[in-house]
Write a protein that binds this ligand. Structure first.
Ligand SMILES: Cc1ncc(COP(=O)(O)O)c(C=O)c1O
Length: 390
């Protein structure tokens, strides 16, 4: 039994975060104040994008992207099955039809060749897809240059669900996400690279999309004089679209700003931890460690270890229980979305549809990775992970 308890992910909050939140709590603005815009500006600077809109969570940002890009009933939206359900649920919110393309067995991101095959099949039947949501799973970027090429060739929209990959690099670029995709989605949930408690953001270089997202974030209401049909006075506003209350508070954004300052440090720590795991597990034949494609620099939101359960006498459930009893609470990322009862029942997906995703799921175990883990923690964690195989 370990002396400390570990989970697969955890926030990292220090005094500078606490001070920044307290300062805003003592100010005049709890919500819709200047810290929201300040956080948006900091995100634009850090990720080299023209526009950012911060919202209440990363699911809300995907919903606003879907609305902002004009998805509607009958549109086909493709993503990969190894992701959180939000990546495809955003299609359902606007009445569009979700579909999947299997993962590449090395990067665990959408397989480009299978994507092109699927697009061609649709086109043979007289249909075109509306959008692809590429998921930079675990922190490993998709093949974005190829995705952009396909998006231009077949005329579809490209979204980067970048929730796992803040700080990742594509071909040496830290700011690749909005360079290749029409819209980028972030989540600031506590297990992510940086946190605001709950929170999310839409990043884009497209002014029209940004304007739509900002309007829909707050009920589709505008006070912009240039847009009003009439103007009864200083209190006056008009609702032009059906939007939502997807706002985030100022004190959450204060936390976002101080967290963002530490992003580079957080990512470095995560890479160091991944390096330790890779080296320690190199000769453990029961484990498959995550690989990194040549074009990518991984940001390790998750460390997706795979275990050859057929080589050991335990199944995953038993292995999980053994680890939990001794102090490590692992997780599995993810149950393939197409196998969720809702997707099977309503869209006809079934076991066997995406073999790479299903095989990955059967072996995956997400082990602890977060910045406050020190070498002695890693030693105990890796010892227990190996010892528990037997
Ligand atoms: C890939 C991905 N997309 C979207 C989301 C949704 O983000 P949130 O939990 O902030 O709504 C998550 C959250 O886990 C995620 O991992």
């Amino acid at each position: 039994m370990l002396t400390k308890k570990y989970s697969y992910g955890k926030q990292c909050i220090d005094q500078s975060d606490i001070d920044a939140v307290v300062e805003v709590l003592k100010s005049d603005w709890m919500t819709q104040g200047p810290t929201v815009t300040k956080f948006e500006n900091e995100l634009c600077k850090k990720f080299n994008t023209k526009y950012a809109t911060v919202v209440s969570n990363g699911t809300a940002s995907l919903h606003l992207i879907a609305m902002g890009l004009g998805w509607k009933t009958g549109d086909i939206i493709i993503t990969s099955p190894i992701t959180f359900v939000a990546s495809s649920n955003c299609a359902l919110y606007v009445g569009a039809t979700p579909d999947f393309v299997d993962i590449d067995p090395v990067s665990y991101t959408i397989d480009i060749n299978l994507l092109e095959d699927k697009i061609q099949k649709y086109r043979k039947n007289g249909k075109n897809i509306k959008a692809v949501v590429g998921v930079d799973f675990a922190g490993h970027p998709c093949e974005w240059e190829s995705l952009r090429y396909l998006a231009d060739k077949y005329d579809f929209q490209l979204v980067n669900d970048n929730c796992h990959a803040l700080g990742a690099e594509y071909d040496g670029n830290f700011d690749y996400a909005a360079k290749y995709a029409d819209a980028v989605n972030f989540s600031f949930h506590p297990v992510k690279h940086i946190t605001t408690g709950e929170g999310g953001a839409v990043l884009t270089n497209n002014l029209e999309l940004n304007d739509k997202v900002k309007l829909l974030r707050t009920h589709g209401i505008t006070k912009d004089k240039s847009l009003l049909e009439k103007n009864d006075g200083p209190w006056y506003y008009e609702m032009h679209n059906l939007g939502y209350n997807y706002r985030i508070t100022d004190f959450q954004c204060a936390l976002g700003i101080t967290q963002l300052k530490k992003l580079d440090y957080f990512v470095k720590k995560r890479r160091d931890i991944a390096k330790y795991y890779n080296e320690r597990f190199e000769n453990v034949k029961q484990f498959i460690t995550p690989k990194v494609s040549k074009y990518a620099r991984h940001a390790y939101h998750i460390y997706p270890l795979q275990v050859h359960f057929e080589m050991i006498s335990l199944n995953r459930n038993e292995y999980f229980s053994k680890l939990k009893e001794n102090g490590i609470n692992c997780q599995v990322h993810y149950i393939p979305v197409h196998l969720q009862p809702y997707y099977k029942k309503n869209y006809g997906f079934k076991v066997g549809d995406y073999p790479n995703a299903e095989s990955f799921y059967s072996k995956e175990v997400s082990i602890p990775i977060y910045p406050s883990l020190e070498e002695e923690d890693l030693e105990s964690i890796t010892d227990l992970l190996i010892k528990s195989l037997f």
